[in-house]
Each structure stands twice: as C-alpha cells, then as structure tokens.
Design a protein around this ligand. Structure first.
Ligand code: NDP
Length: 484
C-alpha cells in the first residue's frame, strides 16, 4: 500500500502542500521505519484553512438537515466499502493489529457519520407559548468554525467522532491530527468530499502542538474539541477561555474496574483484557486499576495469566495477530519506565514486564498484583499495557478507593448481584460506566469524562448540544406596552 499521502494537508476540498513547513516523519511502529513524511502547517496554511472554512460554513448552514445528513451517510457507506484499505492505513499509522482496525476504527467512524447523518434532519427548535398571543421559538444554530485536535490512538475514529456532529449541525471543521498519526484523517477528508461535501467544510492541517495552539487562539474559531492528555487539555482549555470559545475536552483517565467475589470469572477476565490490552493498552477509558475481591484474587490471576498466554504478538498486518507494538518509541519508553517503577515499588509482576527482542516498539502485556493505592502504577495514567491488580474486601471501601482519583473517565463493575451492580454504577464518579462489560463505545451512547477527564460529551444526541447553540426568538402578537 502507498503510505505517502498525496500532500500533507487537505484544505478547501483539495490536497495542499507547503514544503516550507518542518518535515514530520511518519514511523510504522512495527518496524521503526519511516513510511511517509508530511510537513507541519505554516501560518499561511493555517490561514488558508480558516479562510476556506469561513467561506464555506454559512452556505452549508443554509442547507436542510436532510441534505447535510445525506452527504454524511454517503460518506459512511463509502468508508464501509473501503474498510480494508482504511484499516491497513490505520494499522500503518498506529501499529494496532489489523484484527482490531478492521472492526473498530473506520467502522466506528462510519457509525458516527451514519448516526449524525441520520440525526441532522431531526434538529429543530421549540415553540414555547407565553400566554395570550405571544410566544418564543428557538432555533438550533451552528457554532461556526470548529477545531478538532486528535490523539494518536484512534486517528480515523477521532476524526469522524468530531467531524460528524460538527457537520451535521452546520459547522465547518478544521482537524489537526496528532503528529504521530497524521495519515488517516486525510482519507476521511478525501472521502467526505468525494461523498459530496462542499469544499472548505472539512479541512486537515498537520503539525505539532504549536499548530493546534495557533488554531485554538484564532479569534475566527468558535469551538475546540480536544482528545488528548490532561496537561494538554489544561493549556487548550485556557487558550479557548481567552476567546470564550465552546469546548469539548476528552482527556485521560486511570479508571477502576471492580470485580466482586460473585462475578463470572471468565467474563471478568475478558473485561480486564479488553480494558487493559486492546490497542496495546493505548485506550483512554481503560480500566487499569483492577480491584479484585480477595476471595477470588488468585483464581482471577491464574485465569488471566493463562488467557494472556494466548495473545498473538507480532506482525500487525497478520490476521492472527491480536497484540501489536506501542505507537512510538517514546510511548514504549514511558511504559517500560512504569514497569520499572512497579517493580521498584514492590508490586508483584505476574505476567510480562519486558520489551520484545524484535524490531519495532513491542512490550509484553504486563500485569502487576498486590498493587497498593499509593503506587505510581495505581495513580498515574500509563497509556500502555500495564494492569495493576489491587485487593479489596468491602464494597464501601472499594468504591471510596475507586473514586479516590482526580480522573473520572470510566469505571466498570463485574458482579452477578443486580442490585449491587446498579448501586455501584450510581456511586462511581465517572462519565462512562460498564456493568459486566468494559470499553464498549457505541455511537448511540454519550461518551466522556467527569473531574479532570473532561468536559462535554461525544457521540449520541448529547453531542448535538456541544456543536450547536440555541437562539430564542420572542414574538409579540399583541400591542407593546411602555411606561411612557
Ligand atoms: P497529547 O495531549 O500529547 O496531544 C493531544 C493533541 O493535542 C495532539 O494532537 C497534540 O499535538 C495537540 N497539542 C499538544 N499541545 C497543544 C497545545 N498547546 N495546543 C493545541 N494542541 C496541542 O495526547 P496524546 O496524543 O499523547 O494522546 C494520549 C492522551 O490522550 C492520553 O492522556 C489519553 O488518555 C488521551 N485520550 C483521551 C481520549 C478520550 O476520549 N477521553 C481518547 C484517546 C486518548 P502533537 O501530538 O502533534 O504534539
């Protein structure tokens, strides 16, 4: 497959190059080899993208929701038709195994385009009677120009999760992918325009944080949606606040997964695997603090280790591979440093713990048991395949410990006790909770974090509120009164 894109940026309906921007090498994580080079957006490229969006957005906003939605749904169909090629590209961009990318990335992007394409025609205001002949009606209007800034773990999905609701509501989008994974969003832009999206409505500009910052601080930008870490979220939120811009912040986490003594152990092990090792652990909502009831702890660890032995680690393009490399050498080193910290702090390594002796950025799926709440591996987001297993005995105690974190992205509980499951889910301080499951993210459900994990929600009808604003129009039919 050709991995070098036609050009670095996609602006005003076409690929655009400006080779004066600093080069960014794209590295295939499975080999460490350069597979493409793009150029960072210069100020001229950023200005071109904003100008194009400004020109296109007011016209787009005058179309009916049905017309806008039709284009998004067509793009969804095209993405599904091209799922194989898009999945291969996602694997090149991120190193995630094709076994995953073929079912979780372009497909979930298509789901978002289909869902918001369908919802576009239903966006209406309200009629509010005021008594007499007077009333208010509301109009749901677009915000204008939305900037999307993406993390590197789900480049196609993030490009669609932000683009689909923005476009459905009548906005224009300028998307900056992570510099680590710049390829996939270009394909999303290309397909949207092939599906009939007018030029200028979905633009992609490449670059590092400085390009993101230039977009966020531009006074012509109305909304910023970031998927990234908490430190970046703080900076972007503060910059957006300066211009009183709308924000959505999808940030990091250190989510708890609580497994009670009556849980189905095989299902709980599946949940812990999906919540720690999918995408080599590079998932924001991962349940990396696994609290296991003392009565079943050893049985759980035994089954977990046995199941981890079945992981097929290797060439991400091979269909049987179920566990790929870390996205970058930097991320690999972060993970290795946390494994060292876990050892140094006295946690018991029960599985993995080593870099693989092969090219690329591979580290074994790793599990520490006997972890205590104060250890760095139990407190800090690692964003890699390092599971911390902690013991508990009492429900109130485990809830308090599960919530004793500044993050609040997700949380899960495994139990056969229905009343306990709902009671625990209600007490979790997290935006997305799972009962006897983990890490599902269907487009129909709101997704996002509480506490430091974020502001706003992506997906579902909730996202509409974050990409539109309501105007109230007061209508007087009787005579206007005044004191003089
Ligand atoms: P970063 O926070 O490092 O970067 C996120 C994006 O912001 C990148 O595109 C980055 O550019 C850009 N950026 C960096 N600095 C600025 C700035 N000052 N102004 C504007 N943009 C800026 O996150 P990672 O890419 O390392 O992704 C991992 C993080 O993302 C984890 O913390 C993870 O939990 C979180 N995440 C959250 C999700 C959620 O939905 N809640 C989902 C996925 C990940 P560049 O990288 O090119 O420098």
């Amino acid at each position: 497959m050709k991995t070098q894109p036609t050009a670095s940026h996609f602006i005003d309906g076409a690929y655009v190059e400006d080779a004066t921007g600093a080069p960014i090498d794209v590295i295939y994580p499975a080999t460490g080899k350069v597979i493409a080079t793009v150029h960072e957006a210069t100020p001229a490229i950023v200005a071109q993208a904003i100008d194009a969006a400004r020109r296109a957005q007011p016209v787009w906003a005058t179309l009916s929701g049905t017309e806008r939605g039709r284009i998004l749904r067509r793009a969804a169909d095209m993405i599904r038709d091209r799922n194989h090629d898009l999945s291969v590209l996602e694997t090149y961009d991120t190193g995630k195994p094709y076994q995953e990318t073929s079912v979780a990335d372009a497909t979930s992007g298509a789901d978002a385009l289909e869902y918001f394409g369908g919802i576009a025609a239903t966006l209406t205001g309200e009629h509010i009677p005021l008594g007499g002949d007077n009333w208010v009606y509301t109009r749901r209007e677009p915000l204008g120009i939305c900037v999307g800034i993406g993390a590197w773990n789900y480049p196609t999905q993030i490009a669609c999760w932000k683009g689909a609701p923005a476009l459905a509501c009548g906005n224009a989008m300028i998307f900056k992918p992570s510099e680590t994974t710049p390829l996939c969003a270009l394909k999303v832009a290309e397909i949207l325009h092939e599906a009939g999206l007018p030029a200028g409505l979905y633009n992609v500009v490449q670059g590092k944080g400085a390009v993101g910052a230039a977009l966020v601080t531009d006074p012509r930008v109305d909304k910023v949606s970031l998927t990234g870490s908490v430190p970046t979220g703080r900076k972007v939120y503060a910059a957006a606040a300066e211009g009183i811009k709308h924000v959505t912040m999808e940030l990091g986490g250190k989510s708890p997964l609580v497994i009670f003594e009556d849980a189905d152990i095989e299902n709980a092990v599946s949940g812990a695997i999906m919540g720690n090792f999918y995408s080599s652990g590079q998932v924001c909502s991962n349940g990396t603090r696994v609290f296991v009831h003392r009565a079943i702890k050893e049985a759980f660890l035994e089954r977990l280790s046995a199941r981890l032995g079945n992981a097929v680690i290797g060439d991400p393009m091979a269909p049987e591979t179920s566990f790929g490399p870390m996205v970058s050498e930097q991320q690999l080193n972060i993970v290795l440093s946390y494994i060292e910290k876990g050892r140094a702090e006295g946690a018991r390594l029960v599985h993995g713990g080593a870099r693989l002796d092969r090219e690329g950025y591979y580290v074994q799926p790793s599990v520490f048991a006997d972890v205590t709440d104060d250890m760095a591996i139990a407190r800090e987001e690692i964003f890699g395949p390092v599971m911390a297993v902690l013991d508990f005995e009492d429900e109130d105690d485990v809830i308090a410990r599960a919530n004793a974190t500044e993050f609040g992205l997700a949380a899960g509980v495994f139990t056969r006790d229905l009343a306990r499951a709902h009671r625990v889910a209600a007490r979790f301080e997290a935006g997305t909770c799972y009962i006897n499951s983990y890490n599902d993210a269907p487009v129909e459900a709101p997704f996002g974090g509480s506490k430091l994990s974020g502001v706003g929600r992506e997906n579902s009808k909730e996202a509409i509120a974050h990409y539109s604003q309501v105007k109230s129009v007061f209508v007087r039919m009787d005579d206007m009164e005044a004191p003089f």
